[in-house]
Ligand binder design. Structure first.
Ligand SMILES: *Cc1c(COP(=O)(O)O)cnc(C)c1O
Length: 445
């Protein structure tokens, strides 16, 4: 079972072709038929038959996030260099938690963290680690914040103050930590310093774990007033966590940088390369302005870990809620090295331009209207006269036919459709196809 056999080699060759070909022709989506899945048996069916099931039965039921018309949620469109590195990483059995095992892979991941830190405008000592997702990054940042607070004030704070548009994972992190979330501002607009001050004034600073601001709200793409928020936090000595899981990629575009003014003042930051930085799932960065606090909060100690717990060694395990970890920053690093940073700027700009095209197309349509001005690469809009049921039916049909994955949301209390562009291969023709289908569909019921 553990030796690679001739069949394994053949399947691997087939896999290489499949990886390339599936990107050239988007996989047709068909509904799942789990009855076709083979049973787990005592003898097994061999890798060739298993691979055939994977390729022909199982994977075709997915709607891949790199499909050019995957425009729901926040997709992901990894570069070939990142996909290849990800595959090599799986094959190489790299334990990414410590330098002892991961060797220079740790150094390569450090370069990728440094690149993100430079984008943010963080000082030289800033450091962090790649974790499984924005949810783990937010949790890790908030646990570090609480640790720092306990170290300086001697008592455990219990309140996390978050903008109303903060991602659901902030509430999940609070629940895990036994904390309460106090909401500031409104989900329909970016959080301002004034709205935050109103909430902070009603609380005792010593009870506050951190303020969470969002740079690129998942639903709307809006960026909170980070500089004003940083002012509020600084005068009160409160930890500021900026969640830029989706939006952080826009820091690459010089013309968009101004919207993020003040992000460099955050104590911790989340940026997900698996969203808009072209890396396979799963890969999210949590970066700390002062990494020593995070290290004190997160490093695990045990007799059997003494071999790796040298204070002079910089172990990725020490910066988040984890021990064993995939070296998920390696695909980020390899793709940066292979493609160069200019290609990243172009790719992010391309998504912004496609979002701009979609917004113009919607404004010009007699049947459609923007629900709000677009932020970053998110476009929220409505079809005149449609109810929530109409959106649901249209969305289900578009998904079932493999046309597009576009799901309804709500904005300002009303149903709306949402497009999120994170794939540079999404073209104006793709946008037209989706919008034409909506315009044609006068009575979806
Ligand atoms: C997607 C997202 C998250 C959660 O990230 P996961 O990788 O899905 O865990 C957190 N915050 C924001 C703003 C997001 O868009």
């Amino acid at each position: 079972m553990h030796d690679f056999a001739l069949q394994d080699r053949q399947v691997l060759n087939d896999l290489a072709d499949w990886i390339v070909d599936r990107r050239a022709t988007p996989v047709p989506v068909r509904p799942g038929r789990t009855s076709e899945l083979p049973e787990v048996t005592a003898a097994g069916i061999g890798i060739e038959a298993t691979w055939a099931v994977l390729r022909d039965v199982l994977l075709p039921t997915t709607f891949p996030t790199d499909h050019p018309r995957y425009l729901a949620f926040v997709g992901g469109s990894p570069t070939p260099a990142a996909v290849i590195t990800d595959a090599a990483l799986s094959a190489a059995s790299v334990y990414g938690g410590s330098e002892l095992e991961a060797g220079d892979v740790v150094a390569a991941e450090r370069v990728a963290i440094r690149w993100l830190s430079d984008l943010v405008g963080y000082p030289a000592q800033a450091h962090g680690v790649f974790v499984s997702g924005g949810s783990m990054a937010n949790l890790s940042g908030l646990v570090a914040a609480r640790h720092g607070r306990i170290a300086s004030h001697g008592r455990a704070p219990r309140v996390i103050v978050a903008g109303a548009a903060a991602h659901s994972s902030v509430r999940a992190a609070a629940a895990i930590m036994g904390c309460e979330v106090v909401v500031a501002g409104s989900a329909d607009r970016p959080l301002s310093g004034e709205e935050l001050t109103a909430v902070l004034d009603s609380l005792d600073d010593r009870d506050i774990v951190a303020v969470v601001a969002t740079a690129g709200a998942t639903n709307t793409g809006a960026v909170d007033a980070l500089d004003e928020i940083a002012d509020c936090c600084e005068v009160r000595g409160i930890w500021l966590h900026v969640d830029a899981a989706y939006g952080g990629a826009a820091l690459l575009v010089p013309g968009r940088r101004a919207a993020f003014e003040g992000i460099e003042r955050a104590d911790s930051i989340t940026i997900d390369p698996h969203k808009w930085l072209f890396t396979p799932f799963d890969c999210a960065a949590v970066i700390y302005r002062d990494p020593s606090i995070a290290r004190a909060a997160h490093s695990q100690r045990a007799d059997y870990l003494e071999a790796v717990n040298d204070d002079d060694v910089d172990n990725p395990a020490d910066y988040a809620v984890h021990l064993t970890r995939r070296a998920r920053g390696l695909p980020v690093w390899a793709s940066l090295v292979a493609n160069g940073t200019d290609a990243y700027v172009d790719a992010v700009e391309c998504c912004l331009a496609t979002a701009g095209y979609a917004a113009k197309r919607i404004e010009a349509s007699p049947h459609l209207e923007l629900a709000t001005e677009p932020h970053l690469s998110v476009v929220l809009f409505r079809r005149h006269g449609w109810t929530s049921n109409d959106y649901d039916r249209w969305s289900a049909r578009a998904r079932a036919s493999g046309t597009a994955l576009v799901t309804p949301t709500r904005f300002a209390g009303e149903p709306a459709l949402r497009l999120c562009f994170v794939n540079p291969l999404t073209s104006a023709a793709d946008v037209d196809l989706v919008l034409n289908s909506l315009e044609r569909d006068a009575s979806p019921s």
